[in-house]
Structures are given as C-alpha cells and as structure tokens.
Design a protein around this ligand. Structure first.
Ligand code: ATP
Ligand code: MG
Length: 234
C-alpha cells in the first residue's frame, strides 16, 4: 500500500502545573492514500492532538510524521507552513469561518494568502457551486445555518486542491440529517475525487462508512475492524 500518512512512534506530552502528562504514548500507524480513515475514541483521548500534529499545527514531543513521504515533523516552521498550505485542507467542528468576510471571500482566502489571486475567484465560485452555495456568495457566515457554514468550510478546505483533507468532528455540531448531507459531500469531494480523508468522529455510523477505522485509547492508536465496530456498544 502507498501510505499518505505514516506515524512513527509519535509522542506528545503536555506540561501541566509543572508536571509532564503524556497524551500520546508512541503512536505508529499508516493511512492509505485515497482512503477515508476514521478515528474514534473517548473525549480527551488525544484525537484532536493527533490530527493537529498531522496537520503541522502542533509539533510532536517525539517520533516522526510523514505525509506523502515528506517528514513534516522535521521541517522548519516556515517550510511546514508552506507544506500545509500546498498539501492539506482542514475542517473544524465549529466551522471557523472568518465572520467579517463574505462566503466567497472566505473561500478565496487560502489563494489570497498563498499569493495566487489569479483564478481564485473562478475556482472559489466553482467550489461553492459544488457545495450548492453559489447563490450565497455575498452573505456573511452568521446569516447561514450550521450545515451551510460547514459547506463553506469544505469549499475553503479544498481551495488549494489538497491531496489530504483532515476533519475534526465536522458533523459534531450538526443534526443527523445535516450531518449526512455533509458526509455525502465530503465523500464525493475527497475520496471519490482521489483525495485522502482523515476524520475524527464520535459517530459509529459515520465511522462505518470509512475504509479504515482506528481507535485512540490509552495514548495509542489501534485499528478496529468493521465487524468489531458494528458489534461494540457505545
Ligand atoms: N495545549 C494543551 N495543553 C495541555 N493539555 C492539553 C492541551 N491540548 C490538549 N490537552 C490535553 O490533552 C488531552 C487530549 O486532548 P484532545 O483535545 O486531543 O482530546 P480529544 O480526543 O480530541 O477529545 P474530544 O473528543 O473531547 O475533542 C486532554 O486531556 C487535554 O486536556
Ligand atoms: Mg477533539
């Protein structure tokens, strides 16, 4: 298999009141390119911590993280930022749209930040069309429903044509039906478009749609079979 993400003995410690607390105790795993990978686990088990490390938003205490063969955990801060910009899209539970920018401006922002404004308008419009919001370009995020805001966030995450999309509970703040719509859209725009998707989710139903499921437990990441996923009670 060709892994898009490879984790080698990744550890993360936090300092708390002068004491070190280990959140990740040596995570090793590989996520296959083009797959939808779901990560489950109890609250506080370190799922967001791990996703932020893969995204390069945070740095591991130890171990290495490879994305598409590049050891991102050893890149300098500036290189890491550029790598993230050119290769990754990130979707958050609470959408994180910029409230003072319109829908279109939010989706254009990654291209603007990358200094590539040429064509940004057209591709932002195209993405908004794909998420069904082409007619809401000029409104501000607070005028949109949660599901609509998440669709804008998906369009924004795809603006730089990333090969890996990371999503931290993207349906966690939405009702089941809206969550389903978002999942369908994410699937179409990531896995079906040849991109890799790594998603943290509490939902067993959503995890069941993934190609591969992992569970974070005791600072470790374990593969879970679909049979075990369906059989287990929450
Ligand atoms: N910056 C930080 N400083 C200190 N401790 C932190 C920091 N970030 C996270 N933690 C701790 O690390 C542990 C894991 O947090 P994390 O946010 O990764 O959990 P999670 O699995 O995403 O939980 P949830 O399902 O509630 O989102 C928690 O106990 C949290 O308090
Ligand atoms: Mg979390």
């Amino acid at each position: 298999m060709t892994p898009i993400v490879r984790l080698e003995h990744v550890t993360k410690d936090y300092l708390e009141g002068g004491q070190t607390r280990s959140v990740l105790g040596g995570v090793s795993a590989a996520f296959e390119a083009g797959h939808f990978v779901a990560i489950r686990g109890r609250s506080g088990s370190g799922k967001s911590t791990l996703l932020n490390l893969i995204a390069g938003i945070d740095q591991p205490t130890g171990g290495d993280i490879y994305i598409g063969g590049v050891c991102v955990s050893r890149l300098r801060a500036r290189e890491r930022t550029l790598f993230r910009r050119d290769n990754l899209g990130f979707i958050f539970q609470f959408f994180n749209l910029i409230p003072t920018l319109t829908v279109l401006e939010n989706v254009r922002l990654p291209a603007e930040l990358a200094g590539k404004p040429t064509g940004a308008q057209a591709s932002a419009l195209d993405l908004l069309e794909q998420v069904g919001l082409a007619d809401r370009c000029d409104v501000f995020p607070d005028k949109l429903s949660g599901g609509e805001q998440q669709r804008v966030a998906i369009a924004r995450a795809l603006a730089q044509n990333p090969r890996l999309v990371l999503a931290d509970e993207p349906t966690g703040n939405l009702d089941d039906k809206t969550g389903d719509t978002i999942m369908g859209l994410l699937d179409r725009l990531t896995r079906q478009a040849g991109r890799s998707l790594v998603m943290v989710t509490h939902s067993r139903q959503i995890a069941a749609r993934a190609d591969d499921v992992f569970e974070m437990h005791g600072g470790e990441l374990r593969a879970v079979s679909h049979e075990a996923l369906t059989a287990a009670a929450d």
